[in-house]
Design a protein around this ligand. Structure first.
Ligand code: FEO
Ligand code: CA
Ligand code: CA
Ligand code: CA
Length: 601
């Protein structure tokens, strides 16, 4: 069937079969290269990576651990040169250090972990003839951002009493970013990145006396007692008993400008504080910019932000400086969805209702606009810093873990990866609804949201599920009505991206079907809508993230290869990418056609 003119452009490749290999597997006629790995140099004077002799000083100049989001921003000047920005989401010490003693980490190990977090910015060049990509050790632009880099807090909650600490009585300067999961490239050439599972690095929520503070920490999942990594022993900011407000200085969307290596990174309070998966921006018809966002935890919400100001086109310094202020003022909304099928037809089994679709309508409920709160009983400052409470109060719809939530710049619809929810329908938890139609949801779903009149600033929308994921042989799956005997099995959608033909690309995390995670493509329009095809699988124990779909190459992040229960650096489950008896290393991989042709064409 390959090469048949009726097939949708961009997805014309032979799908990869599910497997459990400790290798990258790509379609016939394609090849891959490892572009950069944990420990590879980012700054020109970085020492060579030495697994058995790691130092914090070296790590601060090298590519960090567990890269998740990957963003490509074209550089000014000739084509085929980009800034590549990668998030380093979290550290897994037992895979980073041989003989890891979790009760007695050393201070140097903690400092290595702080340096292994944050982001990397590198210049990447593509050789036009071979199609091969190369990381350049650019002395001007390459940059590491770590847990010790200064961030400027901006927007309505900058300087809030909830953000002040002994180290920063102004509440406007935060050291570092952490748990940066997904993200997005803005129309003005910066990167947005979401601070997600921030709770896990803090200790002693039980030692907080004030009941309001305690309730807030609990709603965001901050743990009692010692933290897993014991950082509180080396810097008291991780000890909530001593510095409860330090928790409030994480959980934001951050913005990095790769064009200006001296620009201070920003934390945007106008976009609310929760376990941000990422943020993706579209320019609405009237020039205002709209950022779509997900809060990735079971029964959390989908949000959007609509700016007050309008986008100024062009790449002049003045235009860019104007656009970089757009996310400082605007309105923050949360989504409330309703189904159009009778409730009795949504029984939690995933069986399609009688109208043949999981679909309905919804509204964006405003939470705050700058210093004005729309939530009874909460000030604007409280809405921005404790956004989950605001969404609870207005009755927003509890979703099955909203991961990447991203608008297509072509059809203006927003696509949300709802990765799974083991507790849906369990005793004491929300039952299935039309948008989250399966109890004990293991495989997740992908939702398509269409704003009224395709106006991304609208407060009304319609929605439908594009995919209900899982084994296509199972009756509780749905592939937009496409012939299920022809699709690839897919489980736990996490990140989404689009190619030039507006096919949706989906990467997965936690494949509950027993094979490795991977990257999939699916047309959104035409007769092949719903025809999910697997483009690649990643090595054992890894999750696939950060997909970037360019015309002649695809980038994916291979996060946490070898992270398999019962294994560690003393007993590695994976030897990818270096082979032999090497330790696994998270990395960015580039895939291209052997003949250097267009991807999927
Ligand atoms: Fe870091 Fe929601 O995955
Ligand atoms: Ca319906
Ligand atoms: Ca993710
Ligand atoms: Ca994930």
């Amino acid at each position: 069937t390959k090469g048949h003119g009726r097939w949708s452009p961009g997805v014309n490749f032979d799908p990869v079969a599910p497997n459990t290999e400790d290798a990258m597997v790509v379609p016939d006629g394609y090849q891959h290269q490892v572009l950069i790995r944990w420990g590879d140099p980012v700054l020109p004077d970085a020492p060579k990576f030495d697994f058995d002799n790691q130092t914090a000083a070296a790590q601060a100049k090298q590519f960090g651990f567990n890269n998740d989001f990957c963003g490509l921003v074209p550089m000014p000047g000739p084509p085929d040169r980009w800034f590549m920005v990668n998030n380093h989401e979290y550290t897994s010490e037992k895979y980073m250090f041989r003989g890891w003693d979790k009760e007695n980490p050393t201070e140097e190990q903690a400092r290595i972990a702080w340096a292994a977090h944050g982001l990397s910015v590198v210049v990447v060049e593509r050789d036009r003839r071979s199609g091969r990509l190369e990381v350049k050790l650019d002395p001007h632009y390459n940059r590491r951002i770590t847990l010790l880099t200064e961030f400027e807090v901006r927007g309505p909650a900058a300087g809030s009493r909830f953000l002040k600490t002994a180290a920063d009585p102004t509440g406007t300067v935060v050291l570092g970013t952490q748990n940066n999961c997904a993200g997005g490239v803005t129309p003005w050439g910066t990167i947005l990145s979401g601070e997600e599972n921030i709770h896990q690095y803090f200790a002693n929520a039980d030692k907080v006396a004030d009941p309001d503070t305690k309730a807030r920490l609990e709603r965001y999942g901050f743990p009692e007692g010692a933290s897993t990594r014991k950082w509180e022993r080396f810097d008291k900011r991780w000890d909530l008993g001593q510095e409860p407000n330090e928790a409030n200085r994480f959980g934001w969307v951050v913005e990095i400008d790769p064009h200006d290596p001296n620009a201070r990174p920003v934390k945007h309070t106008a976009l609310g504080r929760f376990k941000h998966e990422g943020a993706n921006v579209i320019i609405a018809h009237d020039g205002r910019v709209v950022a779509y966002m997900g809060d990735d935890e079971r029964f959390e919400y989908m949000y959007k932000f609509v700016s007050d100001g309008r986008f100024r086109p062009g790449s002049s310094r003045r235009a860019r400086e104007h656009n970089k202020l757009l996310l400082d003022s605007g309105t923050l909304y949360v989504a409330k969805l309703s189904g159009d099928s009778p409730e009795r037809e949504i029984d939690g089994s995933g069986k399609l209702p009688s109208d043949g679709e999981f679909d309905g309508r919804g509204e964006w409920i405003p939470l705050a606009h700058n210093d004005k709160s729309f939530v009874p009983g909460m000030t604007a400052e409280e809405v921005y810093v404790f956004t989950r409470f605001a969404a609870d109060k207005v009755g927003a719809t509890k979703m099955d873990r909203p991961e990447d939530v991203e608008p297509s710049l072509r059809n203006r619809r927003m696509y949300a990866a709802l990765t799974n929810n083991s507790r849906r329908g369990a005793a004491g938890y929300a039952p299935a609804d039309e948008a989250n139609p399966r109890n004990s949801n293991k495989h997740g779903q992908v939702l398509e949201l269409e704003e009224r009149w395709s106006d991304n600033t609208a407060t009304r929308f319609s929605w439908r599920l594009l995919l209900v994921c899982g084994d296509p042989k199972s009756p509780d799956t749905y592939f937009a009505g496409y012939d299920k005997s022809q699709v690839s099995p897919i489980s736990c959608p996490d990140n989404v991206a689009f190619d030039r033909w507006n096919n949706l690309w989906i990467s997965t995390d936690g494949n509950a079907l027993g094979s490795n995670d991977g990257l999939f493509a699916v047309p959104l329009a035409g007769w092949e809508r719903g025809h999910v095809k697997q483009f690649l699988t990643v090595p054992l124990g890894a999750e696939t993230c950060g997909p970037v779909i360019q015309d002649r190459f695809v980038l994916v992040s291979v996060q946490h290869p070898g992270e398999v229960d019962g294994h560690s650096a003393d007993n590695p489950a994976s030897h990818w990418p270096d082979g032999g008896d090497s330790q696994p290393r998270p990395a960015v991989v580039a895939v291209r056609r052997k003949d250097n042709g267009l991807i999927g064409y």
